[in-house]
Design a protein around this ligand. Structure first.
Ligand SMILES: [Zn+2]
Length: 375
């Protein structure tokens, strides 16, 4: 009797999961249709980096050009310097652009304050600190997300930017761990094969992380034979990034600003590659970097990844704007990419980066706007 009950229970469970699966596929389509935004609500963004040698006049020309060609918002990297940002905000807003304060978050290359504290940096499974041993490239200088002091430092930078008058959001980039797996298209460049989690790219095994984990879970990650299959250890690290984001969200909102973030293409992929689970964060908008060429994918993959992210965000108060990598794309490609992002539910598109926008790209943006006008 008990066996039969159990069997019935499991078959009902099976049915429920089946129905759930069907419903979630349906609702994906429904939400894609619902969020196929009318043109006035569909936003065009571009990431740009401040250049200290550039005059105000040159900036005004640059911002004017963006606005004339259909860009609505600029994400400006000032290396988290509020003073530089404060000077640029009126130049951009005078031309009718929104300004977002783009910052490097857990990866802090050349951070003069952090560099005074070698213990703030993430430590690899090999026991080497990012302070002096850097994965892949010299500008990878990642901080430990768990340590109180490194967290406070990052959040103080968020606060400094959030206080700048006239910005719309603080925009977190590199809000994750260093890549445990690089995009497949980048591997040959580093002459690497990554078919398992390699110890030199696996972080954070610092004393604080290991002690905190051990106190909760009674096991030491340094002793794991295969740390990749320990779900608590993975989840511990995903949650550490979430803690930083959620606090940044509170700080941004206290200052009347939003929080946005540049993230990996869709949540499972972000989790697998860089330990980033952005569908669980408190964040007002995500700009997933759906850079198809990095992954040797076609333009239709931009639609796949966009739709997946939209489905995963269902029920949350987070907008998704698709990030597009410009350099390999013709004007026609770009027009197709914008259309596919829109059809799959994105609320906008963001281009990397402003300096790479060609006349053909601008034409594609203008055409995209015109063909959707009045919707
Ligand atoms: Zn740590």
């Amino acid at each position: 009797m008990k066996t039969l009950q159990l069997m019935l229970f499991f078959s009902v469970m099976g049915l429920v999961s089946c129905t759930e699966a069907t419903r979630s596929t349906d609702s994906m389509e429904v939400s894609a249709r619902h969020t196929d935004a009318p043109e006035k609500d569909f936003k065009y963004w571009t990431w740009i980096t401040a250049n200290p040698d550039k005059s105000e006049e040159d900036y005004t020309q640059e911002f004017k050009k963006y606005k004339e060609n259909g860009i609505d918002a600029v994400l400006i990297n000032t290396e988290a310097d509020p003073e530089t940002l404060a000077k640029l905000v009126p130049l951009a807003t005078d031309e009718g652009l929104e300004v977002h304060a783009w910052m490097f978050t857990m990866n802090r290359p050349g951070d003069s304050i952090a560099l005074q504290h070698p213990e703030w940096y993430a430590v690899s499974r090999e026991g080497k600190s990012n302070y002096d041993t850097r994965p892949y490239v010299d500008y990878y200088q990642w901080l430990c997300p768990t340590r109180k002091e490194s967290q406070e430092h990052v959040l103080s930078l968020v606060e400094g930017l959030a206080q700048v008058e006239g910005i719309e959001s603080v925009h977190l980039d590199y809000i994750r761990f260093s890549d445990i797996f690089l995009p497949i298209g980048l591997l040959p460049k580093y002459d690497l094969v990554q078919d398992v989690e390699l110890p030199e790219f696996d972080f954070c095994y610092c004393d604080v992380c290991v002690e905190e984990f051990e106190a909760i879970h009674h096991k030491n990650p340094r002793d794991f034979e295969n740390p990749a299959i320990d779900m608590e250890w993975k989840n511990f690290r995903l949650n550490k990034i979430k803690v930083v984001v959620d606090q940044a969200h509170e700080i941004a909102h206290e200052n009347g600003k939003n929080l946005t973030a540049a993230v990996f293409p869709y949540p499972e992929m972000a989790d697998h590659m860089v330990r980033q689970r952005w569908d669980k964060w408190k964040v007002d908008a995500v700009l997933p970097m759906i850079y198809h060429s990095f992954y040797e994918e076609d333009i239709d993959w931009i639609g796949y990844a966009t739709r997946q992210g939209i489905a995963d965000l269902e029920g949350r108060d987070t907008e998704l704007h698709t990030g597009i990598y410009l350099p390999p794309m013709s004007g026609e490609d770009l027009k197709a990419a914008i259309d596919i992002a829109r059809k799959n539910g994105a609320r906008g598109v963001s281009f990397f980066d402003g300096g790479a926008l060609t006349e053909d790209h601008f034409k594609a943006i203008r055409d995209s706007k015109a063909s959707n006008d009045g919707r």
